[in-house]
Design a protein around this ligand. Sequence first.
Ligand SMILES: CC(C)(COP(=O)(O)OP(=O)(O)OC[C@H]1O[C@@H](n2cnc3c(N)ncnc32)[C@H](O)[C@@H]1OP(=O)(O)O)[C@@H](O)C(=O)NCCC(=O)NCCS
Length: 300
Amino acid sequence: MAREGIRFRRCRREDLYPALRLVLRSIGDLREKTGKPPVPWRPRAAPAFAHHLFSTDPETFLSAWKGTRLVGFAAAIVRGKQWYLAWLFVDPRLQERGIGREMLRRVWREGPGMTHALGTFTYNQHAVGLYTSFGMLPHELLTVMEAKTEKILLPKAPAFDASSEVRRGDLAWIHRLERTIRGYPHAKEWEFWAGDEEFRVLVFRRGGRRVAYGMIGPRGEIQPVGVESARDLRAAVDASILAAAKLGKETLRFFCPNSNRAIYGHLHALGFRNVEMLVFMTDRPYGDFSRYLPATLAVF
Ligand SMILES: CC(C)(COP(=O)(O)OP(=O)(O)OC[C@H]1O[C@@H](n2cnc3c(N)ncnc32)[C@H](O)[C@@H]1OP(=O)(O)O)[C@@H](O)C(=O)NCCC(=O)NCCS
């Protein structure tokens, strides 16, 4: 069998950094094959967020080994009735031998009403084909849009009061709202983001009433953004950009769902440009992209 000699075992915490390096190697190989420049990120340790996901779902973090070499990494998280594939990567030298399919089979979870989803690269027909064979279909295109802060035509301050003093009531409000606009709440991630100083959770109020939220990550990622009313999404985007600029972030980045043409056009007009094309795949459609811009693809 083509995957003969490959050993699978649950990840240990110390596997996370080698796993991240494998992820970057595998993405680098895919980018090179499709004529894109290399990924400029060279982390020296696994990010705290990867440790967070490992802590919540250690049983669905899986590694594949050839001798002492890590050659495959898969990680899935379960949040209520939502199963989500955070990462699946195979060493470029060992792809197309059944390792990815076997890892996906092992981290897959079923249950009454369980849905399954992930985000991946539009231009990797191999990955899209694999996921389709598990019943997950392309549901939404996501454009990663990026701009240097100094080049952005900074928007006018919207009529929101921004607060980064996030209380329990604010998080409870976000979870309730995300049940509708995202499809499923993911409280564990918000607990993490609100408690880690590298992340800035913002709650926006108008006339004292909560209307929107945004989250700014360490590398200038503004992900996610959510609103009660679709009318406020653009203002929430603007308020988040201003807050990120004030924090001194050099580059800002959004996941823009392509179906939201108004936000796409707005970001483009401010100076944001497309740097990556991704696809959200699911076996049961969810997410109201007139009111939600996704978080990191590891959790959506
Ligand atoms: C995507 C990836 C994880 C798959 O792992 P892998 O070990 O190479 O994949 P497998 O050999 O187990 O599975 C191959 C499956 O891909 C699908 N596939 C491959 N080429 C395809 C094509 N041209 N059209 C449609 N489906 C295709 C098939 O379903 C095939 O399974 P089958 O041979 O049993 O029918 C791996 O290739 C990888 O790391 N790629 C680069 C990074 C990436 O895109 N990761 C996904 C991020 S979420």
